[in-house]
Write a protein that binds this ligand. Structure first.
Ligand SMILES: [Zn+2]
Ligand SMILES: [Zn+2]
Length: 293
């Protein structure tokens, strides 16, 4: 099982050195993409991950930084030669958004189908809207389960856990400190957790209704120190800080790490775009492979 960080900046506003939130799990030749921030297909190209192997996408919630390319990524996978089903998981409303995308892109899809003779794109998409905490997929040796995390004003915001005999990885999605996420992440090899740095948020709120946005950031997200607390309480091996807010250079890697290390004494990774994170029993082998490259 490979875990690749495709985009590591939180929020809808593009920043130069980090792309919008997205991660890939590559398992037995299948690619699973968690969140589809804007530009996710290009990030996959940069990481050398084949879009034609895209088996499923998993949206955590419907903020723009997580879902803007919800339809674009499968369509690009199709243009890259994918002909098998792509499963699209997400909170209630994801199926409707998929249909809206298909309407928007109807002329493109009709034209491309006519000129390439490809399988009809819409019939390749299989939607599952997820309302609660449960196992959502169990196939090809990989089990995917969810927890409801706390990210108001959304009624359903999801954390995802991926388990196989090669290891376990948990994604927080966007959330404030979440006891349900701690349960989901219990004993996992890797926890990818969102993080904010409150002392450096002034720049982030520029141009918005600053007071309201600041309240949202503080009430609906998690500080790096609290992400460390979640990792410690769940007993995970590695904490990966991602969906960094702010995503620019104002906060150094060391500052992020120190904040999380104040509450968690396991391995801490401050994620960078395109970084591969070693998982489970494959960790040593992958570290070697990475060095050989
Ligand atoms: Zn977000
Ligand atoms: Zn959000």
């Amino acid at each position: 099982m490979r875990l690749v960080m495709l985009g590591t900046a939180g929020g809808p506003r593009p920043v130069p050195k980090r792309a919008a939130p997205a991660q890939a799990i590559v398992h037995r030749g299948e690619v699973h993409v968690i969140d589809c921030g804007n530009g996710v297909a290009r990030q996959m190209a940069m990481a050398g991950i084949a879009r034609s192997d895209l088996a499923a996408t998993y949206i955590t919630h419907h903020h723009a930084d997580h879902m803007l390319d919800l339809g674009a990524l499968p369509l690009i996978a199709w243009t890259d030669g994918r002909e098998e089903v792509i499963d699209l998981y997400g909170p209630p409303g994801t199926t409707a958004m998929t249909h809206d995308f298909l309407s928007m892109a109807a002329p493109e899809i009709a034209a491309r189908t006519a000129t390439t003779g490809r399988r009809a794109f819409p019939e390749m998409l299989r939607n599952t809207d997820i309302h609660d905490a449960r196992v959502v997929r169990e196939r090809n040796g990989l089990r995917v389960s969810t927890a409801l995390v706390d990210h108001p004003p959304f009624e359903v915001a999801l954390g995802y856990r991926f388990d196989s005999d090669q290891g376990s990885v948990v994604f927080s999605g966007d959330t404030s400190y979440s006891p349900a996420l701690i349960e989901l992440a219990r004993g996992a090899d890797v926890l990818v957790h969102e993080a904010i740095f409150p002392e450096a948020l002034a720049a982030q709120t520029e141009g918005a209704n600053a007071g309201t946005l600041m309240d949202h950031l503080l009430g609906c997200h998690t500080t790096a120190a609290d992400a460390g607390r979640v990792a410690a309480e769940a007993g995970v091996g590695t904490l990966v800080l991602s969906h960094l807010v702010p995503g620019g250079d104002v906060v150094s890697e060391e500052m992020w790490r120190d904040a999380a290390a104040s509450t968690f004494d396991g391995r801490i990774v401050v994620a960078r775009d395109l970084q591969e994170i070693p998982v489970g029993s494959g960790a040593d082998r992958m570290m070697t492979t990475a060095k050989e490259r």
